[in-house]
Design a protein around this ligand. Structure first.
Ligand code: FAD
Length: 278
């Protein structure tokens, strides 16, 4: 039984996919053959990582009592949020090398929770790292923030996953940022609509993550960049809420959407967004 505050605990904490994802016999044979070609002298097989095999440092910070129900420091939660999903990330996990997990993982359920968390972290000089699906391949969710912070908290958006509105007339929909790709498309399908944004990480990445990384839907053609599909964005920043206006098009002034698109969690936490549908 995995100890966790997360809604979804069926993913591997050390690599891609669900914990019960297995390779087929044919895939295992292909890997063995490739291994023989690459390392004819043979290699050392690596066993599947177990939670108890990691030497996790103790959390360096102590949260206020009011926020404790939102925060987890279980080994599964800390290790799951220690890295993204790049090859280097998975190799470090296979080597049982995770010296900088987040001190805590926060699971906010409302925008108010997020603003309380940011208030505490700003006051106590703690790095706040937004976390969508954790499929980043460029260190975007890694809590190795150096000594200038007193600690690091990963803020996982998985409970903010609601469909807020679907508007078939203007072909747009309003979602919370933590919704995963398949849930978003499943909500649109009965209306005959689609966002048609299909990154290769679709199954395990979120709307907020797509916006924060300016994702490209490499499994589709034509309008595949999330930039073209976003109508407006709402964000909680350490200075309060920030949101852009929902307009069919605008040429006036600085584009707030363009500022938030690709912000990789550096400006604040994207909480919800309106997107254009097809
Ligand atoms: C196998 C694989 C295939 C991939 N295929 C593609 C592809 O086809 N196209 C592509 O563009 N990318 C691809 N990626 C990269 C990655 O999936 C994308 O960058 C994706 O958009 C990340 O979404 P996420 O929800 O997993 O975000 P995370 O990995 O959790 O976060 C990514 C960054 O965004 C920030 N962030 C996340 N959520 C929020 C939020 N709500 N508010 C503010 N900041 C936030 C994080 O702090 C981090 O900096 C792939 C990765 C893998 C491992």
């Amino acid at each position: 039984m995995i100890k966790s505050l997360a809604k979804h605990t069926n993913r591997k904490f050390w690599g891609w996919g669900y914990a019960d994802f297995c390779l087929t016999e044919a895939e295992n044979t292909a890997i063995e053959e490739a291994g023989r070609l690459l390392a004819p002298e043979g290699g050392t097989p690596v066993s599947i990582p177990q939670l108890a095999e990691y030497n996790l440092p103790k959390p360096r910070i102590s949260p206020p009592a009011a926020l404790k129900p939102l925060l987890s420091s279980t080994p599964y939660d800390r290790l799951f949020h220690a890295y993204g999903q790049s090859c280097a990330d998975i190799l470090r996990m296979l080597m049982r090398d995770a010296p900088n997990p987040p001190d805590f993982v926060a699971f906010p359920k409302t925008q108010k929770d997020i603003s309380h968390l940011l208030e505490w972290m700003e006051k106590d000089n703690i790095a706040a790292i937004p976390f969508g699906g954790g499929t980043s391949v460029c260190g975007g969710v890694e809590p190795d923030v150096g000594d200038t912070y007193n600690g690091a908290v990963s803020i996982d958006l998985q409970y903010l996953d609601k469909v807020l509105q679907i508007d078939p007339v203007s072909r747009a929909a309003h979602f919370e940022a933590g919704i995963f790709g398949p849930d978003l498309e499943n909500a649109l399908r009965p209306h005959g609509l689609t966002l048609r944004h299909f990154p290769q990480s679709f199954g395990f990445s979120t709307l907020g993550g797509w916006i924060a990384t300016r994702a490209g839907g490499h499994f589709a053609t034509q309008y595949t960049h999330i930039d073209d599909l976003v109508e407006s964005i709402a964000m909680q920043t350490p200075r309060g809420p920030l949101s852009s206006r929902r307009l069919p098009g605008s040429g006036a002034g600085i584009s707030a959407d363009r500022m938030m698109l690709g912000s990789e969690g550096t400006m604040g936490i994207i909480t919800d967004a309106w997107v254009r549908l097809q």
